[in-house]
Ligand binder design. Structure first.
Ligand code: MN
Length: 276
């Protein structure tokens, strides 16, 4: 009985603790508005959406988060952040540069860390909008020190072009003999069809492997089993698919598929030295 009474007191205390600790907040997207970036700190059309700004009273909160959209050609003035800043590019193509540094192109998914007190600017490319989420720490009530504008001459410096991409598998395989087929393979098949969001890459690989087994196409199957592994398919899953397919596609096709899978999953060990 005594234990029960103690337990009830503890539950009551826990309820009080829950009731008095601040609740979490959800800020609905529709409830937020954007403000224009002021002309003294920005060039061009810039919209700032405050995602979270710590209340002045919350002295222990330091992180301010905003989403900033720059129209083509728009950018910040030069500035510094007392505790640095992290930018996460969410759409478009942008530019970022530190003082005395090279202009760099930034794209969706890129994350830029700007150290404390490093003079820099960020903005859109001349021919594209750019949106980034900015995470900035407050220090002594401030997140930024604004400096002079980025001049047109400074802005017009082009970022170095990225290192040329390695030739794709299709280009290596048939670029010299059938360049259009290589281009269609890269741009239509892998650039469009394979990038459609309706199936995961893993599931798409399973569909492709199944079709290639059914059609008895060992050359393409070899590449697609390797690709399927990159997309997360395991050896037992691929072997199981081949086994199932024997009943739908015919025993010979499944055996060819199993032979290709064996080449990939159980490569022949190198011949010991001395054996010719
Ligand atoms: Mn900044």
């Amino acid at each position: 009985m005594k234990n029960l009474a103690t337990a009830m007191v503890l539950i009551a205390l826990a309820d009080i603790a829950i009731a008095t600790s601040p609740d979490l907040q959800v800020s609905p997207a529709a409830a937020r508005s954007t403000t224009a970036g002021p002309t003294e700190n920005f060039v061009g059309r810039v919209e700032v959406e405050r995602l979270y700004t710590p209340p002045v009273a919350a002295a222990d909160e330091r992180t301010s988060v905003g989403s900033v959209t720059f129209a083509a050609g728009a950018r910040t003035a030069w500035h510094t952040h007392p505790r640095g800043q992290t930018l996460i590019v969410t759409s478009g193509v942008g530019r970022v540069q530190r003082w005395d540094g090279q202009v760099q192109e930034i794209r969706p998914g890129d994350v830029v860390r700007i150290p404390a007190d490093v003079k820099h600017w960020h903005g859109a490319a001349p021919d594209s909008t750019m949106t980034h989420t900015a995470v900035t720490e407050v220090h002594d009530g401030s997140t930024v020190t604004w400096l002079e504008q980025v001049s047109d001459a400074q802005y017009s410096v082009r970022p170095p072009s990225p290192t040329p991409a390695q030739p794709t598998r299709a280009q290596q395989l048939m670029g010299d003999i059938a360049p259009k087929l290589a281009e269609l393979t890269d741009e239509v098949l892998f650039g469009d069809i394979w990038e459609r969001p309706g199936l995961s890459k893993r599931d798409r690989s399973l569909v492709t492997i199944s079709a290639l087994v059914a059609m008895n196409r060992p050359d393409q199957l070899r590449s697609h089993i390797a690709l399927g592994r990159q997309h997360g398919l395991t050896q037992p899953e691929i072997v199981e698919a081949i086994t199932q397919l024997a009943f739908y596609a015919g025993w010979p096709s499944a055996v060819t598929g199993a032979t290709v899978a064996k080449e990939i999953f159980l490569p022949k060990p190198a011949a010991p030295a001395g054996i010719r």
